[in-house]
Design a binder for this molecule. Structure first.
Ligand SMILES: Nc1nc2c(c(=O)[nH]1)N=C([C@H](O)[C@@H](O)CO)CN2
Length: 117
């Protein structure tokens, strides 16, 4: 199966970081998510109930991530991936979580993970 639904550049504002000053503010993260799924049943029926609802998934990720308070981007990335797999029945996904403000001399830092079969 090679069909994918993508959510790109989703911004999240949350407490994230290892340093004391980072625990006292919210920083912007950017999320890119690729969900492998068969889109044919939805395409044939024009029925949202037969596909992954990217709005529902996005709302859930925002609620979870903006209520979280982790030190490492690795931890948040892994937890978002697990949540999407468990709650939305996604078997395979890739996830890139960027922290653009992390390094003064770099445009971006990110973790990229691939989960599932
Ligand atoms: N592999 C990681 N390295 C670092 C992280 C991280 O989440 N994963 N975080 C920090 C700090 O919080 C940094 O973002 C502050 O600029 C340092 N290294």
């Amino acid at each position: 199966m090679t069909d994918q639904i993508m959510i790109e550049g989703l911004w999240i504002e949350t407490v994230i970081g290892v340093y004391d000053w980072e625990r006292e503010l919210r920083q912007r993260l950017l999320l890119d998510l690729t969900l492998t799924t068969d889109i044919r049943p939805a395409a044939a029926s024009d029925d949202l109930g037969k596909t992954l609802d990217y709005k529902a998934i996005t709302d859930r990720i925002i609620a979870f991530a903006e209520g979280s308070s982790h030190q490492l981007v690795e931890t948040l990335a892994e937890q978002i991936a697990a949540l999407v797999q468990k709650e939305f029945g996604v078997t395979r996904l890739t996830l890139k979580l960027s922290k653009p403000g992390a390094l003064p001399r770099a445009q971006n830092v990110a973790v990229f993970i691939e989960r599932g079969r």
